[in-house]
Design a protein around this ligand. Structure first.
Ligand code: HEC
Ligand code: HEC
Length: 301
């Protein structure tokens, strides 16, 4: 494959390269020939620091040979390897080809390992020290930027160690989350709830569900407004994994704790995306990753 947009540039680069090499030889030959005017004592007549005389000796032989060897080397190199414009070289080597070969070799080496894990149940993979080490490395490189290096998440990014699941914590559900990604979507709900006071009341009601400090009068008023929320969060507010609506009774807050955070959710809604990983990993790698994640909240006994 050539990156040149037209043949002209290929010839241009190849031409400059060949001319430069030939010019080196010509320069060597020319300087070897020319004799400067010399004084009778074979100096150039230049004298520095009182008595430092510049002699007019030919280049040392070994240096000339070395120079010729480098030129021969460069010509042989340019015949065998790509270097002259878009000419590919007789060896057919390319950096992409070498990269692909090394990747293939690496994959062939780990294939038996992944095949072994693929045949094991999540529970067993999660206990396997080698699989855990691989899972941890994959997690550090691909997941920690969002979920944190300890997988405890942060605002907007769920904690994966706490056994509280928005989309489901069974091995199958975790594999599904990783493979296809997830989008948690709560629409703005203020209009369905009513006045700003109604929103405040429903927020107090939500706080009351987890036993958080709340105003019980307002919470009682807000209870009837929660009907609008039950469709997704469930009438008991314990969440619904099928729509990715979190449990509001467990005092675990993905988008922040307190009245203001809840009011913001109701007024603005939220779209939260877990990117799909299917393009990045093989099914076997996802199995190992999912087992690692599953293991974080299901510690081996
Ligand atoms: C760009 C940020 C980002 C990256 C990278 C990312 N995630 Fe996520 N992940 C999220 C967000 C945001 C959610 C929550 C989606 C929601 O609110 O519905 C999530 C949700 C999840 C869930 C579901 C949690 C639950 O409670 O159901 C799992 C499991 C998960 N991620 C695992 C991973 C793994 C493993 C990786 C690495 C391969 C990863 N994530 C990489 C942002 C990310
Ligand atoms: C159409 C479905 C839907 C409806 C209706 C809905 N929600 Fe949600 N809600 C969600 C989803 C999905 C999320 C999670 C967003 C995400 O993945 O980050 C969420 C998140 C929340 C959160 C954040 C929870 C946390 O852990 O930080 C609160 C609070 C909340 N909703 C309150 C409400 C209230 C109050 C109502 C009613 C006024 C309501 N929701 C109505 C789908 C809904």
């Amino acid at each position: 494959m050539s990156d040149f947009t037209s043949n002209f540039w290929s010839l241009y680069v190849a031409g400059i390269t060949v001319v430069s090499i030939v010019a080196c030889l010509v320069l060597l030959w020319a300087t070897g020939k020319t004799k400067h005017m010399t004084a009778s004592d074979n100096t150039t007549g230049h004298i520095w620091d009182g008595d430092l005389r510049e002699m007019n000796n030919p280049l040392p032989r070994w240096w000339v040979y070395l120079f010729v060897i480098t030129v021969v080397f460069s010509l042989a190199y340019l015949v065998m390897y790509p270097g002259l414009g878009s000419y590919a070289g007789t060896l057919g080597w390319s950096s992409t080809g070498q990269h692909t070969a090394e990747m293939d070799k690496g994959e062939r080496e780990v294939a038996p390992l992944y095949a072994k894990f693929a045949a094991m149940k999540t529970e067993d993979v999660a206990k396997d020290p080698q699989a855990t080490a691989i899972g941890e490395r994959l997690f550090m490189n691909n997941c920690s930027q969002c979920h944190g290096s300890d997988a405890r998440g942060s605002k907007g990014f769920p904690n994966l160690t706490d056994g509280d699941w928005i989309h489901g914590g069974t091995p199958d559900k975790i594999v599904e989350t990783l493979t296809k990604g997830r989008t948690g979507m709560m629409p703005p709900m203020a209009a369905a709830v009513g006045t700003p006071d109604d929103v405040k009341n429903v927020a107090q009601y939500v706080l009351s569900l987890s036993g958080s400090p709340h105003d019980s009068v307002k919470a009682a008023l807000g209870k009837s407004k929660f009907v609008a929320c039950g469709a997704c969060h469930g009438p008991d507010a314990k969440g619904m994994q099928a729509v990715g609506a979190p449990n509001l009774t467990d005092d675990i807050w993905l988008h922040g704790y307190g009245e203001a955070a809840i009011i913001a959710m109701v007024n603005n809604g939220k779209t939260n995306v877990m990117p799909a990983q299917a393009d990045k990993f093989s099914a076997a790698q996802i199995h190992v990753l999912a087992s690692y994640v599953w293991g974080l909240s299901n510690k081996a006994k």
